[in-house]
Ligand binder design. Structure first.
Ligand code: ATP
Length: 133
């Protein structure tokens, strides 16, 4: 199977460049796959799981969203946060989930930033999901 280069970049770190054969990304309209010779473009990413296949293994990353830029010699994933499944701190994600749920059920709904709350909830649920991989 043809391979291509993948860079994963956040505002604070770069993952080691990888040579991959397939990536599945969490697009805003659902997940989509990228293989060698994919059409070029910039695609928005949602909170979700990034699956990466190399010749020897399949890796899973959690992300809180950003962009995937596809150019002819490779793919750059530019995201706000990224964690590999084994790096996810499960108690931390469980605590974040609990905080978001507590806020959701709090009676002070007037001062609640609903979008921020839903995002925090989704990030925590996603991390817990990816950590199982
Ligand atoms: P928390 O409230 O626990 O900080 P959060 O969803 O608000 O969760 P983010 O703002 O998305 O956290 O991420 C801040 C930084 O912490 C990022 O570098 C992210 O990769 C890292 N991070 C957040 N949660 C976890 C986790 N459960 N395990 C490992 N790294 C995490």
């Amino acid at each position: 199977m043809s391979t291509f280069n993948l860079d994963v970049v956040t505002p604070t770190r770069n993952l080691e460049e990888m040579v991959v054969s397939y990536i599945r990304c969490p697009g805003l309209d659902g997940s989509f796959g990228i293989m060698a010779n994919h059409q070029e473009g910039i695609f928005s990413l949602d909170i979700g799981e990034i699956m990466i296949k190399t010749k020897s293994e399949t890796k899973y990353l959690s992300t809180s969203g950003g962009f995937a830029e596809i150019v002819n010699d490779g793919v750059s994933i530019l995201v706000e946060t990224v964690e590999s499944a084994s790096d996810i701190d499960i108690p931390r994600a469980e605590a974040a989930l609990q905080r978001a749920r507590d806020r959701k059920s709090s009676s002070d709904n007037e001062n609640l930033d609903q979008a921020r709350l839903e995002n925090a909830l989704s990030r925590a649920l996603n991390r817990l999901q990816v950590a199982k991989k």
